[in-house]
Ligand binder design. Structure first.
Ligand SMILES: [Zn+2]
Length: 232
């Protein structure tokens, strides 16, 4: 750790062909400076000093993002995504009424006792139920339009992937997809349907996706950028 004025940073000296000094924000919202191996420390400090404004903004932004992405507590005031919008949660416990989640009037309501595992379980159930109905309708719509006949449709709890298409054309989609915008869900549906025709990610495959959905790159980008918000 190096210190200069009020700014502390971790210095990475590179032996590779790096020609310029660069700044990054690390996982713990700390500043990481990468510099060519023989850069004098005074030059690095001057660079850091000049970029002070950028640095404090970037660190602030990173901290906010960490707060947003932290694991859910399932408490009143937290926000949950559905179809690309986020809605605040209100939690209560009424043992004589139905337990579980409802979305009503732009609010999530959760009737459950104070048990994080159970509360999460109710949310998963809710998303899965929505996903079964919503995604099967979109699969029907696009399979008719594209004249592609899929096998079974499954909704999974997959964390790492949004959708998949098996050798025998069974489709699976993560319930988490219900947190994304409708256009984005459509993109994932079209993507998996096109795997009925092409079981790879060749240029030919992407041509097929593009022919059905000219804007698909925007949706793919959106998924990458927003992925980390969809925690449960
Ligand atoms: Zn694919």
């Amino acid at each position: 750790m190096q210190y200069y004025e009020n700014i502390s940073y971790t210095l990475k000296k590179s032996r590779k062909r790096r020609k310029t000094i660069s700044l990054q924000i690390g996982d713990k919202s700390e500043l990481v400076v990468a510099a060519p191996h023989f850069t004098p420390i005074s030059e690095i400090n001057r660079f850091v000093q000049e970029k002070q404004n950028w640095i404090s903004k970037a660190i602030q932004k990173h901290k906010e993002r960490v707060i947003k992405n932290k694991a859910k507590e399932y408490i009143t005031g937290e926000y949950f995504f559905y179809l690309g919008e986020s809605y605040p949660l209100e939690v209560f416990f009424e043992p004589l009424e139905n337990q579980g989640v409802v979305l009503w009037n732009n609010n999530f309501y959760l009737n459950a006792q104070e048990d994080k595992g159970l509360r999460k379980h109710y949310f998963v159930l809710w998303y899965k139920k929505k996903a079964h109905k919503y995604i099967s309708e979109r699969v029907d719509f696009y399979s008719r339009m594209l004249k592609l006949q899929p096998g079974n449709l499954r909704i999974t709890s997959a964390e790492g992937r949004w959708g998949s298409c098996s050798e025998d054309n069974n489709l699976a989609f993560s319930f988490k997809l219900m947190m994304a915008k409708p256009e984005v869900i459509d993109y994932v549906v079209v993507h998996e349907l096109m795997h009925i025709q092409e079981k790879n990610h060749s240029a030919g495959f992407w041509h097929l996706v593009e022919s059905a959905m000219p804007q698909y790159k925007l949706q793919r980008r959106w998924l990458k950028d927003n992925n980390s918000k969809f925690t449960l």
